[in-house]
Write a protein that binds this ligand. Structure first.
Ligand code: NAD
Ligand code: MG
Length: 391
């Protein structure tokens, strides 16, 4: 029996993870499931999978969760401290699938227990990559990538020496607006930005795909996880989302990972690693697909990619600033306070301002300093938005 905990169980990655676990219930002992406001979903899954502990991130929902699980012997808890406590429970495999910077601390706690951390929460690596990797090394824990591109790279590197890698190419679908004329983007609505042509994901990452902020995070994630230099990482547009990444070696060979756009592949690979087991994902009919397309991303269209380069060059806590400003700008876009194209402007503004604040970004990366610059970046983003919109 493998003891598993799933953080962010009620989300898109969480539900795909539970789908795989639910297909072989006798092989897993579910330690903890965590969620947010969707108490009904959390309680139903916790009952179905016989979890030992169910946690909502929201203190005010403790009674609701308790009521939803009445009549079971399950432990119930709420709030940030409860999430950390859940992450400290012994488990063999922990899925980190909370969205945003909030996923960092529970993931760190799981690593401190020496667990295998399946990492969907790319924000952990963007905000605190060196800290995360060092914590894993110190506690003999392992991080397995779950982002489709990073799982693809990881698989292409099996049996290879990272020193023989010349470049890593991650693909981007281009998101909802890849075929829109640039002039139309400023008026893009929330509903338009929230639908993805190829992947079914949570709302925030779907919008980040349309703006390419998701790819920007993934470039930084690639650097932090695989330790390659920024100039070895390339992004290419690939509208079909079937090639997830390619690794180029010093002899000129390119190893591509090709598969259906179904996150259960990357999740399942991390769940069964180092073995490969049957997974319920579609098998590609290449003759029916016929053609795969690739093209270079237009820099004018995707300022987020340029900002990612600046973040990597800056190093230190610049990733935490970048991510927090992006999260805040995204909140504002979702709330209808700023336009689609304003998000990149806000992030750039915050990055520029905070980079010049002496010692801020160059402080040692700890959970405290990450939380500090994260908070400050959100305040600065609000200021930037007020200046931009007069609101
Ligand atoms: P989602 O919005 O569908 O789910 C997020 C989960 O996190 C939910 O369970 C929610 O309740 C919980 N949550 C949200 N805010 C929280 C907080 N402050 N504290 C504690 N819990 C909180 O998101 P998703 O699409 O499943 O993405 C999850 C993570 O995986 C993100 O980091 C995303 O970038 C990454 N990812 C997702 C996909 C995908 O296909 N959805 C692919 C690659 C990577
Ligand atoms: Mg991805």
């Amino acid at each position: 029996m493998k003891r598993v905990s799933i953080f962010g169980a009620t989300g898109s990655i969480g539900q795909n993870t539970l789908d795989l676990i639910g297909r072989a219930p006798d092989q897993y002992e579910v330690v903890a499931l965590t969620g947010g406001r969707n108490i009904e979903r959390l309680a139903a899954d916790a009952r179905r999978l016989g979890a030992q502990l169910a946690v909502t991130a929201h203190d005010d929902l403790l009674d609701d969760l308790r009521a939803a699980l009445a009549g079971t012997s399950m432990e119930v808890a709420a709030g940030r401290a409860a999430l950390l406590e859940a992450a400290a429970r012994p488990a063999d495999w922990t899925m980190s699938a909370i969205v945003g910077a909030a996923g960092l601390a529970p993931g760190m706690e799981a690593l401190r227990q020496g667990a295998t951390l399946a990492l969907a929460n790319k924000e952990s690596l963007v905000t605190a990559g060196p800290l995360l990797m060092a914590t894993a090394a110190r506690h003999g824990a392992r991080i397995l990538p779950v982002d489709s591109e990073h799982s693809a790279i990881f698989q292409a590197l099996v049996g290879e020496d990272i020193a023989a890698v010349e470049r890593i190419i991650i693909t981007a679908s281009g998101g909802a607006f890849r075929d829109w004329p640039l002039e139309r983007l400023a008026g893009a609505t929330l509903a338009e930005a929230s639908s993805h042509p190829n992947w079914d994901m949570g709302q925030r990452i779907t919008i980040d795909s349309a703006s390419m902020f998701n790819k920007a995070l993934e470039v930084i994630e690639t650097r932090e996880f695989f330790g390659v230099s920024p100039d070895q990482i390339e992004v290419i547009l690939h509208p079909e989302s079937l090639v997830h990444a390619l690794v180029g070696f010093r002899d000129g060979a390119l190893m591509a990972h090709v598969g259906a756009s179904d996150m259960r592949h990357a999740i399942g690979y991390a769940l069964h690693w180092p073995e490969r087991r049957d997974l319920p994902v579609a098998r590609l009919d290449l003759a029916a697909i016929g053609t795969l397309n690739f093209r270079a991303p237009d820099p004018a269209r995707y300022p987020a990619l340029r900002l990612a380069r600046e973040v990597m060059q800056r190093g230190g806590l610049a990733g935490a600033v970048f991510n927090a400003a992006k999260e805040r700008a995204l909140d504002a876009f979702i709330a209808g306070r700023i336009g689609f194209l304003d998000m990149a402007g806000v992030v750039e503004d915050v990055l520029t301002r905070m980079s010049s604040e002496s010692g801020l970004i160059d402080a040692e990366i700890t959970l405290d300093t990450v939380a500090h610059v994260d908070h400050l970046a959100r305040v600065r983003a609000d200021e930037a938005m007020q200046a931009q919109t007069g609101r």
